[in-house]
Each structure stands twice: as C-alpha cells, then as structure tokens.
Design a protein around this ligand. Structure first.
Ligand SMILES: [Zn+2]
Length: 677
C-alpha cells in the first residue's frame, strides 16, 4: 500500500526506517555488549560502538536490513498482534466500531485457506473493467479508478499544502507509474541494474501467467510493460532535482494543464476521481506529463490494457493466494536481498497498519504510552530547543536581520509528542471478514477519498502524517512542526534506565535532527508559517550564500563515501538529512553541556559522560544491511547509510574528537570540516 501522498518530497522529513536488540546486559542501558573493542574509535567509531551488536544480530532471513529501528518495529508488531487477535476474537464488538473493524481486517488477512481457495477471483471485476477499455477516455477513467484503489497506474494524484500559501490545500499530480523503485533501475547501464531488469521481465511475465496468460504471450507482454515503464522512467525527474521545491511546484489552471497534455482531459479526470470542482492543481513534473501525453497516443490501447493488468496484479499480489504472494516476494528478494517471506501475521499487521493505522494506534497508545511519558520527553526536547535558540542568537556569521527571522521561525515551530489529540474517523470505511484483498482495496479507496476531500479546504493542523506506533519522527516544512510518535520514544532511543548522557545522545540526536530540518537546505527555504519564499527568502543574500556553502560542504563530504563496493553516496540527495544529523547532534551536545552538572559528570562502564553521549548517539544506528538493499537505498533514500550517519557526522564534530582523543589525520576527522551551527 502506498503511503499518504500529502508529504511531497516523500521522505523530506522522515527519519529513516531502520531497529535494537536485546541489550546485552550492561550497567543501565549503556549497552557495553554492543561494542567491538578490537575496533579503534578514532578510525571507525561506528564499528567500535556497534560492531558487537552487528556480530550478535545477523539479519533474519526475512529482512533486508536489521537494526535498532527494525527490532523496535518488530516489538511493536508483537504488541499490535496481541491487540488484533483479541479484537478478532471479540464476537461482541459492536458492528461498525473501530474494534470490530480492526478485528475483521485481521481475521480476513489470517484466513489463509479462504485466500488460497479464492486465487485470482477477487481481482476479476477489476480485470473485466480493464478488458473493456475501448478508447483514451476509457483509459483515463480506468487509470483514475485504479489509482483510487491504490494501484500505481501511470502517475500519482493527491493533495498538498500550497507551497506558497500554506493555509491552502491544493491538488497535486506527480510522476509515477513504475514497477521498479526508481528511474535509475530502467536507465543505468551497470551490470547490477541490468540483472535486476532481467529478473523484472521474468517476474512481470510470471505474474501475467498467474492471471491466466499463456507463457509465450506473457513473455511478450512483459516486454511491452518494460517498454512503457522505460518511457515513463526516461521522462521522470531525477530524485536529486526533486529536492529543489521550485522544481516540483507548477500550479496551473485547467487551460494551462490541457496545454501540457492536450490528449488527456484534466477536467474529465477530476470528475473521474469525484472532484469535478477542481480548477487548479500543482502539476509537479510538467515534462513527465508532456511525455505521458505523447505516450498515450503512441502506445496501442492493447499495450495499455496489459500495463494496467500488470499494475493491478503488482499492487495486490501480496494479499492474494500463495502463488501470487510467492511471485511478489521474488521481486522483493531481487530488490532487497531478503531471503524469505515474513510470517503471515507480520504481513497482515503491516497491511493493517497502513489501512487502519490510527484505529490500531489508539489501542496501542492506551496499552503502551502513559501520559507521563510525554512530560519526560518534553524536558529533553526543550533543552535542545533552548540550545538552538542560544546558537541562533549568537552565531557569529549571521546578520541581525537573518537572526531575527530565524528566531521567529524557531518560535513558531510546533512540537507534538506521542499521538494526535483527535483520532481519525473510520466510520465511512467498510471492513468485513473477506476477501482480504477487497478490504485492502476499500481501505486504500477510503484513504484516497479522505486525501482528496481536503482539496480546497482549510488545512487541518491537528492531523499527523505518521501513526503513533511508528518508529520514526518527522519535520513538516509546510506546517513547521516536529513530530515524535510514541513508537520511537522507547529504548534504546529513550531509556529511563540509561545514564542521562546516553539518552541525551540518543533521543537528543533524533530531536535535534528533526528541529534542524527546519533549517536544512530545503527547510530554510520556508518561513515560520510554512510558506516557500523566493531565494534567499527570510535570509539576507550574504547569509544565504554562507549557509549554502555549509550545506554544499556536506554534499561534497558525503559524496566521498561508497556502498556495496563501488556505488557512491549521492551527496546532493542526502544533503538535507546529513545536515540534520550534523546540526542535530551538535544541538544535542550543546543541550547536554548546558544540563545540570550531576547529569553530565558521572562516568559509567569505563566511559566518560562525553563518551557515553556519543555511544548513545551511535547506538541509534546499529544496523546490518544486505548489499542489494544498500544499493536500493543509496539510489532512492535521501538518508545517508547508517554507518555514515555516525562516522560522517562525528567526523565534523571537534567535541567527539576530543572525547575519544582522535589524532590529526584520522578518518574520523573531516579535514575540510563542515559547520552548521
Ligand atoms: Zn530527517
């Protein structure tokens, strides 16, 4: 299922998915068992801090990476499993209640016998609709219909806060329609990407065979799909270019829209999605839609029908019978290196999290997050906020005018901890005991209707983009707020039993990171009210140039790192996240330094408080990853690989180098040091 598309620039703000393990016993949450004492912290701090953990925590076969984040996600899933099983067995739950819905959804997903017996049957009405497409208007209507069900057909349509008027919600159309993770997978002439393309062709053919096509036909159809998707990939804007907000902001009225795509009627499309009143949207990537317009008439209808059948199967195979599930996993395996399927219960919990996440979250919070936790976490957050305020107030290079605007932005920054004040209303969503895949389709359609209903309405400032059980955090530039779901406010990120220095380094890192997003290379372009301003925005031109030099320094620094042997980190793709890491850990350090003496004076486990602080920060990123997944993430993820989130960050921090007595010339010192605060 696709995430809400409300956050343009998808992962702009999110901390990565990533997970912790049973802390091999240590004094009070310092996790000495995670260390690799044969590694030299002055040469490779990540391995010194996490090498023991890596050794003791091989990647489980069903995972492509395994780390502190994944361990917590799994723990949360176990809690949620209990909640869902209880609900599924509660035959007295009121019809239409959230409890009944989460129980029915879970029961439908766990009913493997019924799912296997149904085969592809639940897709039949959709396949018939696709088969009935007779012209371009039919094609447009069917694309709109499939998108509502959650199929990634041709492009994506959703809503966003208007970049230039954050009080308004507008419709937005983005490039899409690919079955592989990124344009690079279609276009890069590199043996590993070529291998993926071979496997993809075989996979598409196998999927079409499962829908009933003869092998030779299916093989030819797979080439048709590859041809269409390669056209779309060629027209797609590279991720690095999407990071500049202006590049993906092209508000247009109907006349302008139909100028870009004369063969595709947007007024017709808006009516198809149930919103004929829409008159103006952000056509985020005009070049993509121009090419789509040409392809619509250049590619025969028969080929489009094949393309849509493939995307229908691609979207829903994980919720169908065993042959579909296994074939779907074959592609996952190629892309991520995972060796086996997750157990069914875990797959259903994940699907339900996407479908009914806030109904599940309400039950989760009642069990796992007492109101008192909010208070403890706010204390640390406010220490960091004070540190940022103090920095902005005194930064030597910043002029008074910029300083005033920066402080104003910080003062306007909202903060939210744990879970929303108002819970989502699922009363319009129908859930029953099966077929499972139809529950998934109805949930997707419900979520999409909910998104589109926001267009033209005032912004709902209480809404969260992440469910409470999510092990992650985010900054939203259009809202100018930082958000920390209950799911991440647990050990090892925040451990009431750990020394203060460890918590200040761990959850402090996460909090400083999100706050810094308000001032990274993208965040800095938006004012305190969430409006995008023309460069240099609220900065003076001279200050903006200095700030840009600082973030360029970070791009250059991270471009020097590689994964899977030879694939370079895309410095320009990770600039924002790497900036948030460096700014964030620096702020957490300052907050730690400013905390009362007893908090920062106690040695533990043979480590000074300063060393404990950096160990806490590094432990956040304890991770093992498969090479396929490393390659996929370096291609699409704006976050640097875990090892560099640690080593690349501390290499720019003299406080670290002092704490661990790092000698000049060490790889843990970036000779051209980058400075944010
Ligand atoms: Zn981030």
């Amino acid at each position: 299922m696709r995430p809400s598309r409300s956050l343009l620039l998808g992962t702009l703000c999110a901390f990565p998915l990533g997970a912790l393990a049973a802390g091999a016993g240590t004094p009070n949450g310092l996790h000495l068992g995670w260390l690799d004492r044969s590694a030299d912290p002055a040469k490779d701090f990540f391995t010194f801090a996490n090498g023991g953990w890596q050794e003791q925590n091989p990647i489980p076969p069903a995972y492509s990476r395994w780390g502190t984040f994944s361990v917590l996600v799994k723990q949360n899933q176990e809690v949620i499993r209990g909640i869902l099983e209880d609900a599924a067995q509660d035959t007295r739950a009121r019809a239409g209640s959230d409890r009944r819905k989460v129980g029915d959804f879970y029961a439908s997903g766990m009913d493997e016998a019924a799912i296997d017996a149904a085969g592809a049957e639940p897709l039949r009405p959709e396949l018939e609709r696709i088969g009935a497409i007779q012209g371009l208007a039919d094609l447009r209507r069917e694309v709109a219909h499939l998108q509502q069900l959650g199929v990634g057909a041709l492009f994506d349509f959703g809503q966003m806060q208007d970049f230039k008027d954050s009080a308004k919600v507008i419709g937005a159309a983005f490039q899409g329609g690919l079955g592989l993770p990124d344009r690079d997978y279609y276009l890069r002439d590199d043996p590993k990407f070529r291998q993926v393309r071979e496997a993809y062709l075989a996979h598409v053919a196998a999927m079409l065979e499962l829908l009933g096509d003869a092998p030779a036909t299916a093989a030819a159809e797979a080439r048709t799909v590859m041809d269409i998707e390669t056209r779309l990939a060629r027209a797609s804007m590279p991720r690095v270019d999407q990071r500049k907000p202006e590049n993906v902001y092209h508000p247009m009225d109907l006349k302008a829209l139909e100028g870009v795509t004369p063969g595709f009627s947007w007024s017709g499309y808006f009516a198809d999605v149930g919103h004929p009143e829409i008159e103006r949207i952000n056509l985020a990537m005009p070049e993509f839609f121009k090419a789509m317009n040409a392809d619509l008439s250049a590619v025969p209808l028969e080929a489009w029908r094949t393309y849509l059948r493939w995307h229908l199967a691609h979207a829903f195979a994980p919720y169908l019978s065993r042959p579909f599930v296994e074939e779907s996993f074959r592609l996952t395996r190629v892309l991520t290196g995972a060796q086996e399927l997750l157990p069914r219960w875990q797959r259903v919990v994940a699907a339900e999290d996407a479908a009914l996440g806030f109904a599940v979250g309400k039950l989760y919070v009642a069990k796992k997050f007492p109101p008192s936790s909010r208070k403890a976490v706010l204390r640390i957050l406010h220490g960091i906020r004070d540190a940022l305020r103090a920095d902005l107030a005194t930064l030597a290079w910043m002029s008074p005018a910029t300083r005033k605007a920066a402080l104003e932005k910080l003062d306007l920054m909202g903060e939210r901890i744990g879970y929303p004040d108002r819970w989502r209303d699922y009363s319009a969503l129908r859930v029953d005991r099966g077929p499972y895949v139809r529950n998934v389709m109805r949930a997707n359609a419900f979520l999409q209707r909910r998104e589109l209903a926001k267009i033209g309405k005032p912004v709902d400032r209480d809404e969260w983009s992440m469910t409470p059980q999510t092990v992650n955090a985010y900054y939203d530039p259009s809202m100018n707020n930082i958000n920390f779901p209950a799911g991440i406010l647990q050990p090892p990120f925040f451990d009431p039993k750990a020394p203060a220095a460890v918590n200040d380094g761990a959850i402090g890192f996460v909090m400083g990171h999100e706050m810094t997003h308000g001032f990274d290379d993208q965040g800095a372009r938006f004012d305190g009210h969430g409006n995008l301003l023309p460069e240099p925005g609220w900065w003076t031109a001279a200050d903006f140039a200095k700030f840009k030099a600082a973030t360029d320094c970070i791009s250059d620094h991270f471009s020097r790192y590689t994964v899977d042997g030879d694939l370079h980190v895309q410095g320009k793709l990770v600039t924002g996240e790497a900036t948030a890491d460096l700014g964030g850990l620096t702020l957490a350090w300052r907050a730690f330094q400013a905390s009362p003496a007893p908090r920062r004076e106690k040695a533990a486990g043979g480590f000074t408080p300063a060393q404990q602080f950096f160990l806490g920060a590094a432990h956040v990123w304890a991770t093992n990853i498969r090479p396929e997944e490393a390659r996929r993430l370096v291609t699409i993820d704006p976050h640097p690989p875990a090892v560099y989130r640690v080593n690349g960050t501390v290499a720019n921090m003299p406080a670290f180098q002092e704490a661990f007595h790092v000698p000049a010339g060490s790889p843990m010192i970036n000779a051209d040091r980058c400075v944010i605060w």
